[in-house]
Design a protein around this ligand. Structure first.
Ligand code: FE2
Ligand code: FE2
Length: 338
């Protein structure tokens, strides 16, 4: 029997429970409290999720590399915790009515015996299935110039090898290997079906532009994130953000491929407006039917994926999450009709 729990199992335990987990450190920050005493915040990730813990000064730190087991000082041990595998013992506490995970014992594992990639999360949909769906969506673009352009962006400029394995975010949604491909395919299918629906209702919508825009909408994430082995934001992602990075990548390809200027403007507009609001990071808001649709499909895909990850982590006797600042609300499990 394994002597540690998954992150998801820990999140379902009642308060005051003790736990042991193994995973990769995806975030590690040293802080100081009001009295100038150091404490640390550590996020540990495994294939089931992420857990944010506090590490207070009295906690124990050990190194078990090479079969040894000796105490270490986290500030002077020369070890890089972020991106490394650890075993953590902790207890579930409560602070201001919210659950707080206190990590009391941190053990730096032998990175050869426990390679960090063994804890990496993957898309729940098989990569071959997503790749086939992506190729079929490109093939559905009936305008040859546009189809050739989308194909060129992914396959002539070398984006595909990264795109097929990249995460779509660091924490909020599809934050795992293959997440960007899964999210892009899902947005493209949702947006395509919405475009067909409105075309049937006599709104002039170009399904071709919607599919192309949806497949391309987050290409900037290839430069905004990196994988180490958990997703991390790059300096470019932090300073320029994926929408602007993506628009710049798109325009370079559009110029190199001599894409018709009107098509480049319509497609570029979908990319740059896909977050829907200036305060959500889009420099312009959607003003075409195609941009409305890609924005709506992107928003739905983010919310549904976020809802699932939060509800999966809920204790089975609870129906509501705590307040979630990322989405500015609590979430409800809802009902399931039999
Ligand atoms: Fe985006
Ligand atoms: Fe997106």
């Amino acid at each position: 029997m394994k002597n540690f729990l998954s992150v998801r199992e820990v999140k379902q335990l009642p308060k005051n429970s003790e736990f042991t987990i193994m995973g990769v450190v995806s975030k590690f920050t040293r802080r100081k409290d009001r009295n100038d005493n150091p404490f640390w915040e550590m996020t540990v990730s495994d294939s089931s999720g992420d857990i944010d813990g506090k590490i207070w000064q009295a906690s124990s730190w050990r190194n078990t590399q090479g079969g040894d087991n000796f105490p270490i000082d986290p500030d002077n041990c020369g070890l890089k915790f972020e991106g490394s595998s650890v075993k953590v013992e902790g207890i579930i506490a409560e602070f201001r009515d919210q659950v707080q995970y206190n990590f009391n014992g941190i053990c730096y594992l032998d990175q050869t015996d426990y390679p960090p990639r063994m804890f990496a999360r993957h898309s729940p949909v098989k990569s071959e299935i997503l790749e086939d769906m992506f190729i079929s969506l490109i093939a559905e673009i009936s305008n040859k110039k546009l189809r050739d352009f989308v194909e060129a962006v992914f396959f002539r400029y070398g984006l595909w090898e990264k795109f097929r394995v990249w995460p779509a975010a660091v924490t909020l949604h599809h934050a795992y290997t293959g997440g960007l491909l899964e999210h892009s395919v899902s947005v493209a299918i949702g947006a395509r079906d919405m475009a067909r629906h409105y075309a049937d209702f006599k709104i002039p919508v170009s399904t071709d532009l919607v599919i192309a825009g949806a497949l391309l909408h987050d290409i900037g994430k290839l430069e905004a994130y990196t994988v180490n082995p958990t997703p991390q934001v790059t300096p470019q992602g932090c300073a320029i953000e994926h929408i602007t990075l993506g628009y710049s990548m798109f325009m370079k390809c559009a110029e190199a491929e001599n894409l018709d200027k009107d098509i480049a403007t319509a497609l570029g507009h979908i990319l740059i407006s896909h977050h829907g609001k200036l305060e959500y990071g889009s420099p312009v808001i959607p003003i075409t039917p195609e941009a409305f649709i890609v924005n709506a499909a992107d928003d739905a895909d983010f919310k549904l994926s976020y809802w699932k990850s939060q509800i999966d982590a809920l204790n089975s006797d609870t129906d509501f999450t705590d307040y979630l600042p990322a989405i500015d609300r609590r979430l409800w499990r809802g009902i399931r009709l039999s």
